[in-house]
Each structure stands twice: as C-alpha cells, then as structure tokens.
Design a protein around this ligand. Structure first.
Ligand SMILES: Cc1cc2nc3c(=O)[nH]c(=O)nc-3n(C[C@H](O)[C@H](O)[C@H](O)COP(=O)(O)OP(=O)(O)OC[C@H]3O[C@@H](n4cnc5c(N)ncnc54)[C@H](O)[C@@H]3O)c2cc1C
Length: 286
C-alpha cells in the first residue's frame, strides 16, 4: 500500500477494489459482507500506515469517481472521494466561510469525516449537517444499505467519529457554512497555508501529526522537550522541523516507523508520565 499512502511505506493488501459508482460500491459491499470478509476503506491514505506484512482482506478505495462537489445557498455537498482542499476551495468560490482551516489538509472528505479532521481551531463537526453512509450487515444475503447520518449520530470528538465503532462507509457529506467575504476567506486560507509551510515538513512523506494532542499539551512540544527531534530508526525520523511529525526520509519500512513510534512513546512516558496515542491509523500484519 506504499503507493496509496502518504507515508510511502507499508505492505500489500490482498485485494484492492476501486468502485466506479455508488451502485458498484453497494454491490461490492454486499458481496464482501456476504462472505463476511475483512475489509478496510481508504481515501487518500494520508492518515494511514499498513504494516509490512500487509492487510489480509479487501481495501476499498474511495477516489475520484466520488468527488462531485456542489454548493446550494449556504450548504455544500461533497462526495467522499473529493479532496478536503477542493471542498475548501469550492466553499471559497461560493463565498462561504467556515472551511478555511481545511484548505491544507491533504485527505479526502470521507477520511476527514471519519477522523473529524481539524486545524487552527476548526473541525469538520463545526459545519457538518449529514452524511450518506453505507452499512454492511455481516450476514449472508443481506444487502448493504445506505443511511443518512445526522450530526447527533456522529458522536464527533477530537479526531473521532462514531464511524470508528460502527464501520460505516461515507459516500457523501453535506456541510452548512456561512456567507463571508471572499477576500477575508482567501486571507485566512493564505495565512494558514503560510503557517503550514513554515512549521511542517511538507517536502517529506508523512501522515501529518503522528500522535494525538494529549490533554492540555502538544505532542510535538513533549517530544521536542524529551530531546527526540531528529531521532531515526532506519528510514524513519522524528522531523527536525516539527517534532509531532514522523517522516520517511527514504526507504522507511512500516516497522521503522512503528519502531520509532514506540521509542518516542516510551521516552515521553518515562520523562513526563504522558502516554502518547497515535492519531495515524495503523493496520495490517507485522
Ligand atoms: C502533511 C499532512 C498534514 C496533515 N494535516 C492535518 C491537519 O491539519 N488536521 C487533521 O485533522 N489531519 C491532518 N492530516 C491527516 C489527514 O490528512 C486527515 O486525517 C485526513 O482527514 C485523512 O483523510 P484520508 O482520505 O487521507 O483518510 P485515510 O488515511 O485514507 O483513512 C483514514 C481513516 O479514515 C477512514 N476513511 C477514509 N475514507 C473513508 C470513507 N469514505 N468512509 C469511512 N471511513 C473512511 C479510513 O478507513 C481510516 O480509518 C495531515 C496529513 C498530512 C500528510
């Protein structure tokens, strides 16, 4: 999956399915659940690490075929495969404010809903209205079905949604935004982009902030204070620019990355008594 993940590392999946339409997606999910086969949904793979032994099951890639975006008044609907940056851009073009924070997040809309992605004080949940979600039933002959999930059902919290527990697969989401001045929207987007360029190692493969923010602190600050900036395991390194990022300096295996993760967690835990939790989803076999 190295070519499907922004870490550019990791093992293979047994099968990769790239549905071309909602109908195909429903067929595929119905077949998969009929066999009770393990599957995993992947968007842009910017928050995902597949261990080197690979994933025993079926990867369903939600990509370009699900990338329609349309604005209507103050609401905007986006397919799960659209890029979050495209969504932010469409909002800007429609003079709708509220998604400026998302312009520099490299993932898909589906991944951003699943993760309740956020930055600069904003989160997906702030403008989320509803999403069409496929649920599979692990029983033979039961068709996968689409349900509309409203905000109350999503149980959004910091980098979490109820999709993590219920296994729902997002097809599209609807957001409600506010009319805003285009120049102001653009200025905010520029400011956030500039801050990313200055503070994040955008020239090297990574999955963004590797760890969740611990209560009342920042993972990057703790890692940096523990003297771990620049620490390497194989091709993986704690970024010199932003200690919260683990980067692939070239040729890193998933084991390099998780080995480095373990060292960082152990050191930060023994120095500060804080156990860092990965934000990146780690799946597959060692
Ligand atoms: C340089 C860089 C900067 C980043 N900055 C930020 C940031 O500022 N804020 C932030 O929150 N994140 C950030 N990220 C992480 C990442 O971009 C977000 O978490 C993004 O929302 C993940 O989307 P994705 O499509 O890449 O998801 P993937 O990595 O493909 O998947 C992540 C999770 O979402 C699930 N998923 C994906 N698509 C769907 C779907 N259609 N339905 C159901 N579940 C789905 C997957 O099963 C998986 O569990 C950054 C990453 C990088 C590389």
């Amino acid at each position: 999956m190295d070519s499907f993940t922004s870490f550019r590392a990791g093992g293979a999946a047994d099968y990769l399915v790239v549905p071309g339409s909602e109908e195909e997606l429903l067929k595929v999910t119905t077949i998969i659940s009929g066999f009770n086969a393990p599957f995993f949904v992947i968007g842009k793979g910017t928050n995902l690490l597949v261990r080197d032994g690979g994933f025993r099951g079926i990867m369903i890639h939600i990509g370009e075929r699900f990338s329609d975006i349309s604005a209507d008044g103050e609401t905007i609907e986006a397919g799960a495969g659209a890029l979050v940056s495209e969504l932010a851009d469409a909002a800007f073009k429609a003079s709708l404010g509220g998604l400026e924070f998302a312009a520099g997040i490299p993932g898909s809309v589906g991944g951003a809903v699943f993760m309740n992605a956020g930055a600069f004080g904003g989160e997906i949940k702030d403008s989320f209205i509803k999403a069409d979600v496929i649920f599979t039933e692990a029983e033979k002959d039961r068709e996968a079905s689409v349900r509309t999930m409203k905000l109350e059902e999503m149980d959004f919290s910091y980098r979490h949604s109820s999709l993590r527990e219920n296994g729902g697969l997002v097809i599209r989401a609807v957001m409600k935004l506010k009319r805003a001045d285009r120049d102001e929207i653009k200025a905010l987007m520029r400011d956030y982009a500039q801050r990313r360029i200055e503070k994040q190692p955008l020239n090297m493969p990574s999955a963004g902030s590797f760890f969740k923010r611990p209560e009342g602190d920042y993972a990057g600050r703790l890692i940096s204070e523990a003297g771990l900036k620049g620490l390497k395991v194989g091709g993986a390194q704690v970024s010199e620019l932003h200690a919260g990022f683990i980067v692939n300096r070239g040729g890193a295996t998933a084991a390099d990355i998780t080995g480095l993760m373990d060292q960082v967690r152990e050191t930060v835990s023994s120095r500060f008594g804080v156990l860092l939790e990965p934000e990146v989803r780690i799946i597959g076999e060692v």
